[in-house]
Design a protein. Structure first.
Length: 451
């Protein structure tokens, strides 16, 4: 099911219906028996399994094909010890890790995609493997499946999503127009499962899921669903109909945790994805995997272990001087000035030197970038390399961007594209929500962290 489940599964851990930190609010310090660390860590997973689904249910949910019986979605939720901050870290399913021992501790070391630990040893091995990979202690575990996710969204009143362009993915069944939409559980499942829109892959999908969660948590808070023990208990009861908790989690824990989370403002809720250094590490018998960035991921786990914020930490995500929202290598450009064409080519844009057809008299002013409507993220990348340029979206323009140099001197800046920054950098919930200062639909690649 690929990253869908966690959306609400996680909400099931963020909302009062969450089982978040069984003892986190009941005690002032770490849970009994735990060595080191501050706050409470919860592992939330969504299982990719079609077991028990009828043919009609598979069609309704648009989940054809064979399930992997693995954790398709995995998020680590950290609630700070003072209950004033929560961090949600997505762990991509294809992360290549060493599994925790599943039997004899002296047995052979096994490695594979992190989602495979569940298939080998179910929830307990998934938990121990995450602990081994991150060095963090997991206090609680929560899981759900396709129908559980759908039911949870419906029970909580649906989800709001927004986009500045139509989104369509035949694999997940997603098909929504540009704008802001309030979706039921079925359509939300399709939204969070989609991985064949914009840049394909899991990182973009994780960010969409994080956006959906940020908006849903804000709405539940605004509606008073997390305002106090009674409302928190009511919400918890709804969620417990569709998610499974471990034996260490009781309803009272869910109520206390949910009540605390309901008091957190958006700027106290953080989202991030584990930084990656190799997005296509090939392993015989395993396939294409993701390798964590050693230094950045270590800094991320260290921050959580020390109960520190993960946003604004340049060890986790260095801030590029001139960040690019999209990869210049995927942007074709025609430039009517040879020097500018050469400089953009050094920036890895795919450049055609059209200086031979330049007009005899240049227009007055800075360069003008003409581009096909709907390619705003790519246009922002090109504009970052050509500061001061005027942007002009043309509905009938072909796929190649045109740069027309004017009478003013042109400065070409070196832009830095980092998928970790563009798709998974630590951000606060108020940077992800549909409703914000602009209160307008946003692009899938809309936000970059502030430098």
């Amino acid at each position: 099911m690929r990253r869908p489940i966690i959306g609400l599964t996680l909400l099931a851990s963020l909302a009062p219906g969450s089982w978040l930190g069984a003892q986190a609010l009941a005690t002032a310090g770490a849970p009994a028996g735990r060595e080191g660390g501050h706050g409470t860590n919860i592992l939330v997973v969504g299982i990719d399994s079609r077991t028990g689904l009828s043919a009609a249910e598979k069609r309704r949910l648009h989940v054809g094909g064979e399930g992997c019986d693995c954790t398709d979605v995995m998020m680590l939720v950290h609630l700070s010890e003072d209950q004033r901050r929560v961090g949600v870290v997505s762990i991509p399913r294809d992360s290549y890790v060493e599994y925790a021992p599943s039997g004899d501790p002296a047995g052979p070391v096994r490695r594979g995609k992190i989602n495979g630990a569940f298939k080998i040893g179910r929830g307990p091995l998934a938990v121990r493997t995450v602990e081994k990979a991150t060095g963090l202690h997991i206090d609680h575990y929560l899981e759900t499946g396709f129908t559980g996710f759908e039911q949870a969204v419906d029970n909580l009143g649906g989800a709001t999503v927004c986009t500045d362009k139509p989104l369509k993915d035949e694999n997940s069944g997603l098909d929504i127009a540009a704008g802001t939409h309030h979706l039921d559980g079925n359509r939300t499942l399709r939204y969070v499962r989609a991985r064949h829109i914009n840049r394909p892959g899991d990182l973009g999908r994780v960010r969409r899921q994080q956006r959906m969660l940020a908006d849903m948590l804000a709405r539940l808070t605004d509606e008073g669903a997390l305002a106090g023990p009674l409302s928190a208990a009511h919400t918890a009861h709804k969620l417990l109909k569709s998610v499974r908790t471990d034996e260490r989690t009781g309803l009272d824990d869910l109520v206390r945790i949910g009540w605390a989370l309901g008091r957190l403002p958006a700027n106290r809720t953080e989202f991030a994805t584990v930084p990656i250094s190799d997005f296509d590490h090939r392993v015989p018998g395993v396939g294409s995997t993701l390798i964590w960035h050693k230094a950045r991921s270590a800094a991320l786990w260290d921050a959580l272990r020390a109960d520190r914020p993960i946003t604004g930490d340049t060890r986790i995500q260095p801030a590029p001087r001139t960040p690019a929202a999209t990869n210049p290598a995927g942007i074709e450009v025609r430039v009517d000035d040879a020097a500018v064409a050469k400089a953009l080519r050094r920036n890895k844009f795919v450049v055609t030197d059209a200086s031979a057809s330049a007009p005899p008299v240049r227009h007055t002013g800075p360069p003008v970038i003409s581009y096909p409507a709907g390619r705003e993220a790519d246009a922002s990348t090109l504009a970052a390399a050509l500061p001061g340029s005027h942007l002009r979206a043309l509905p009938q323009h072909d796929a190649v961007f045109d740069v027309s140099v004017g009478s003013e001197p042109v400065v070409v800046k070196t832009v830095t594209y980092d998928r970790n920054v563009a798709e998974g950098a630590p951000v606060r919930a108020d940077d992800l929500r549909c409703a914000g200062p602009a209160a307008a639909p946003h692009s899938e690649d809309r936000r970059l962290p502030a430098g």
